[in-house]
Design a protein around this ligand. Structure first.
Ligand code: ALA
Length: 486
């Protein structure tokens, strides 16, 4: 077997044919407004509601940006903008569900496709670990508003419990302290059951959730603006450029999701026009919201107070606006539930495509006889996310998610350049301007964000890739449907 087969590619026509097969054909119902709403549904969640806090204030293992976090948000938005153009070009050219995994199969071949598919687990599943933990934080705050206190040992990660002496006070069963994040596990379990049964993905429901998210952030901005004290903005950048870039690499999490719109490609009425509108539109709207929220958040309290899992509620409580804090907590619960749904739905479908291609066991590609959902991959995703959200610290999950997603973005940008040279004639309804300059800027800016993450994240990412490559060598390399045929 020659080494060349590692780079065996699915042709674009082959991909299009697969999607056109009647048993795989999806209904085309989505227009530009629905797509933008879908994007906002996937984007606005734990990033703005939780990560902003430690990104501004710093944490046990990274420095903070201070009020200059607003600059971090702008830098990251620009970096994401380059990748949004790349995703738009791909999505309009290959309007097929499957996102970056599918694109790379078509452009860079099987090995890279596998690496991206494996890498997307970090974006989707590990990302959701962080979102579930953030959900739990706001849920705890929300209940507190009604006078219900969840015991701290049931809503904490293991390391924090160890550091803050919570372990000693926790009850024990057979000498083992009971310390874990119960609400995070519960929400993941609940959504997994719903997804196995199958939800009718209703655009009306999604639009409602999006309206609540945006409404709550606007409420925060509108009311908070009256309590801004400009002196809280000084020192503006306590840790200088390094702090700003560390913040940028962290709040990247808040933008993840615009790429997920591409998974709806096959359900879009006019994908060539509407996908780029949805991707770029949702990125622009969320950027504007994030800038305003960050200015207000760092303006109402000294940034050092924000190192909590629920910084928006923390800030509002500090200025005695407890009822607004309650409303915002409710909004955060809605927002993070929507994000959890999108990724908890997306991850099994990526596994499903990989199994259909023979890169994962066929068992993962089975469909439930009654519910017609990819139940096996849905349940495995639920078990993985549920387990880790019980014990993991949100910041660690965020950093690992970010490095993995940034790497996927780098590969997608490279793919755009490759395809321009390999298939220059192929119709491109949406063209990234100034190729190769823009994708190169995309690659460099994403790499720069990657190197702004802590070294321990790099080590974890390296281990993750080594595990993935081992699985490919032992399994996918032999069982690949495409290579078996060739
Ligand atoms: N961007 C998504 C969030 O912030 C992942 O929750």
């Amino acid at each position: 077997m020659s080494l060349k087969t590692l780079f065996v590619r699915k042709t674009l026509d082959e991909l299009k044919r697969e999607a056109e097969e009647p048993e795989h054909k999806l209904k085309r119902v989505l227009g530009p407004v629905e797509l933008t709403a879908l994007g906002i549904g996937a984007i606005v969640g734990a990033g703005i509601f939780a990560v902003t806090g430690t990104a501004a204030a710093g944490s046990a293992h990274h420095i903070g940006a201070g009020p200059a976090l607003v600059i971090s948000f702008i830098i990251t938005a620009i970096a994401c903008g380059f990748s949004a153009l790349a995703y738009s070009e791909f999505a309009s050219m290959i309007p097929i569900a499957g996102s970056a995994y599918t694109y790379s199969y078509a452009t860079m071949g099987e090995l890279v496709a596998w690496i991206i598919g494996w890498d997307l687990i970090l974006e989707y599943a590990v990302g959701n670990v962080a979102v579930a933990v953030s959900w739990a934080g706001y849920f705890k705050e929300f209940l507190r508003g009604f006078g219900i206190d969840i015991p701290i040992y049931l809503v904490v990660d293991y390391r924090t419990a160890l550091r803050e002496g919570i372990i000693e006070s926790a009850p024990q069963i057979f000498g083992i302290p009971i310390v874990f994040n119960l609400p995070a596990v519960a929400i993941v379990a609940f959504l997994t059951v719903i997804l196995v049964i199958g939800i009718k993905e209703s655009t009306i429901f999604n639009n409602l959730m999006v309206a609540i998210k945006i409404g709550i952030l606007l409420l925060f901005i509108a009311i908070g603006a009256f309590y801004v004290k400009p002196e809280n903005w000084t020192p503006f950048a306590p840790n200088g450029w390094k702090g700003i870039m560390t913040g940028a690499a962290l709040v990247f999490f808040a933008y993840i999701g615009f790429d997920a719109i591409t998974t709806a490609a096959e359900e879009t009425k006019n994908p060539k026009r509407d996908l780029p509108i949805g991707i770029i539109g949702s990125l622009v709207i969320t950027t504007l919201l994030y800038i305003a929220v960050t200015l207000v958040l760092t303006g109402i309290v000294p940034f050092s107070m924000l190192a909590t899992a629920e910084p928006l509620a923390t800030a509002l409580n500090a200025i005695k606006l407890n009822w607004v804090a309650g409303v915002v907590s409710f909004g955060a619960i809605v927002a993070t539930t929507a994000v959890l749904l999108v990724f908890q739905l997306g991850q099994p479908r990526i596994f499903f495509s990989m199994a259909r291609d023979g890169l994962l066991p066929k068992y993962f590609a089975s469909v439930h006889p009654k519910f017609k959902t990819p139940h096996v991959t849905t349940i495995w995703t639920g078990v993985f996310v549920g387990f880790f959200s019980a014990f993991v610290d949100i910041n660690e999950a965020v950093e690992l998610t970010n490095i993995g997603t940034l790497f996927a973005f780098v590969l997608v940008n490279i793919g755009i350049i490759i395809l321009r040279y390999k298939e220059p004639e192929r119709p491109r309804p949406f063209k990234t301007p100034l190729v190769p300059l823009i994708p190169i800027l995309g690659i460099l800016s994403n790499l720069y964000l990657m190197i702004s993450l802590p070294w321990v994240t790099w080590v974890r990412f390296g281990i993750w890739l080594i595990i993935g490559l081992s699985i490919y060598t032992l399994y996918g390399f032999r069982k690949s449907v495409l290579r078996g045929r060739g």
